[in-house]
Design a protein around this ligand. Structure first.
Ligand code: 5GP
Ligand code: ZN
Length: 115
């Protein structure tokens, strides 16, 4: 279920401290330690899954991550200003932590391509 050497599993288990912004039965949301925007939250499934490429029809927490992120975005009144949701996979996608996570970025203009 949880992997001993996984950073985000340790954050889920509160073995490593984080600034928690959302907690549900299956999802934890916390502030990114190196924020790239005024709002930069990460949403992770409490059960370890390596990345979006490991999502299956039976193991698919992505909808829950999106619901948690949009809930927080709404609370932060970012619905009118806008925000970005990002999932990175693998080397070329820039994934640095191998535990599925959804980034919520907002609080500034972030027109594509990312700057
Ligand atoms: P990735 O590049 O894998 O899509 O995103 C991983 C994110 O995790 C990065 O934005 C990075 O700043 C963040 N991060 C790495 N280590 C920690 C940590 O110990 N605590 C928190 N809160 N965020 C972290
Ligand atoms: Zn993990």
């Amino acid at each position: 279920m949880n992997q001993e050497n996984c950073l985000f599993c340790k954050i889920v288990l509160k073995k490593i401290p984080s600034a928690v912004v959302y907690e549900g039965d299956e999802v934890l949301g916390f502030k990114d330690v190196n924020p790239q925007a005024p709002v930069h939250y990460l949403f992770v499934p409490k059960r370890h899954l390596g990345s979006v490429s490991q999502v299956t029809t039976t193991e698919n927490p992505v909808g829950l991550l999106v619901l948690a992120a949009t809930h927080c975005a709404r609370e932060l009144k970012m619905d009118s200003t806008g925000y970005r949701l990002v999932m990175n996979h693998g080397h070329d996608g820039g994934q640095t932590v191998e535990h599925l996570h959804l980034h919520l970025l907002g609080g500034r203009s972030m027109k594509w391509p990312p700057g």
